[in-house]
Each structure stands twice: as C-alpha cells, then as structure tokens.
Design a protein around this ligand. Sequence first.
Ligand SMILES: C[S@@+](CC[C@H](N)C(=O)[O-])C[C@H]1O[C@@H](n2cnc3c(N)ncnc32)[C@H](O)[C@@H]1O
Length: 289
Amino acid sequence: MTQSQKNLVFVPPNVATMGGIPMSTKEFMFFKELIENLIGINLTEQKLTLVQSRLGRRMRELGFDSYKQYIDLLQNDPMGREVTHFINALTTNKTEFFRENAHFDYLKNYLTDMFHHQTCYLWSAACSNGSEVYTLNIICEELKRDYPHFDYRILGSDIDTQMLQKASSGIYHKTELVGLPPLYLSHYFERGLKQHSGTYRFRTDMRHKLKFKNCNLVDDNDNFSFQFDVIFLRNVLIYFSKDTITKVIEKMWRHLKPNGILFIGHSENLHGLSHRFEAVGSSVYRAKK
Ligand SMILES: C[S@@+](CC[C@H](N)C(=O)[O-])C[C@H]1O[C@@H](n2cnc3c(N)ncnc32)[C@H](O)[C@@H]1O
C-alpha cells in the first residue's frame, strides 16, 4: 500500500464527495439552461463547483450517483416536484435584518412625509427567509406609534419555497438576528424556551398585515389587483443577465403606483431604464408615470 493509499483509509466517507460528483460541461449546460429558463438565474462557468456541490447534496438525498439519473428525473417530472427542489437548491438566499440600513432611513423619511393618513403597500419581491419583510414590519410599526392613522400592508415573495416556509414561521436562530437592534429584539420577538432555546419568533400579534406568496420575478402572470407604493428588489438582480434585468425592472415599473419607490441592492443597477425611473437616493428610484 502506498503512503497516499494509507492516508485514504482514514478519510471519512463523505469527505471524498464533499465537492459533489464531477460534472461534465454538457451536464452543467443542461442545468444552466434549465435554471435560466425557469427563474432567470444566469450561471457562469465559474459556478460549476458550486452547482456540483449544491446538486450533489440533493442527489445524495435521492440516493443517485450520476447526473444522468438526476437529469432523467427532471425531464420526467410532470408535477414539478423535483423542479421545486432543483430551484431551491440553486438559489442563493443570503440576507439579514436591517441589511443596507441606509435604505430603511430613507424609507422612514419617505413614509413620514407621504403616508400619515393613508395605507402604504410595500412589496419585498425577493424576500428570502423574511428578514427584509420583518425589518419593514418593524419600521412600519414604529411609525404607527407616532402616527396612529398610518396603515400598511406588506407582501413578501420569493421563488424558493423552503425560504418562504421559514419566512412564514417568523422563527430565527439568534445567529440570524445580527443587525437587529436589541431594543427591537425585545419588543418584537418572543424568546424560544426549552427545546426552542436559542431561537426567537416574531410576535404573531404584530404580523397580521403581512402576507407571503410564491412569485417568480421572470414570470409575467402575477395578478395583483393593486399597485405598490414601495418595492424592495434587493440583491437578486446580480444573479440575472442584462436582458432579464431589463424585463424584471419593466415589470416592477408596471407594479408601482405613479411616484412609487423602488429600492435595489447597492451593487446593482437598472441597466438603462432611466426613462422609467428617476434616481432619488443611493440605489433608490422613483417611478416616472
Ligand atoms: C440574496 S437573496 C436577497 C434577499 C433580500 N432581498 C436581501 O437583500 O437581503 C436573493 C433571493 O432572490 C430569490 N430569487 C432568485 N430568483 C428569483 C426569481 N426568479 N423570482 C423570485 N425570487 C427569486 C432567491 O430565492 C433568494 O431568496
């Protein structure tokens, strides 16, 4: 036995497959095209290892040892059950409470100026695990204390069904609450006890103005019966091609009221849709209608 073979004896069985089963370019191209057609995510070839590891995890759950088996399953999936798992596996869900905090300062001023006596409709259009939605909920509740006639409704949507489930539960581990001011933690969250110790749940009596919905940003069939005053569309455009960004931004414009406000991530841009929007702050745009 060579030295390297001896060393291998002590490697735990899962370590050898940690990066996933090696994926051919043809297999990668199949997954790349499928995810782009389904939800607009544009995977560059640098993402091959990431795709390998994320799909590898799903294939282990299914007991598969080749991408051919997985591709066959996706191609013969009339109910779309595996497609849902496939999408959930390939989305990136990084988020946090009060992320890019300057946007919430801007929102507070905007709401104070515009909405003391009206209902404001807000949409977090790629809400991941709900941190952004509950941040908006806190901002609106705080405003309501000062302006009791102010009212609001918040829609949180995402394509990832697992994230939406978590968002609807409103339950977070303390490590997911970094960024949340302690005062808000004690006012808006209940601490989990016994087996739930270490987790916090957003107070149920504080979330009756929230709704969550499974929505695909690249799908044109959303049938909202109203338009929004405020849309948060942050840190999702980075995953799309230029053409998809244009299409999604057009759609946001259609869903905004005249002078409605769109927030995008600080590293994102509107790709030439300046005839639709006017910049009014850092990564904040007003719909021209
Ligand atoms: C990085 S997270 C951003 C979360 C939050 N907006 C923020 O800034 O913290 C991106 C989210 O976009 C969602 N997403 C990606 N493509 C989508 C699509 N076509 N339709 C709806 N949501 C999508 C992902 O599932 C993911 O949860």
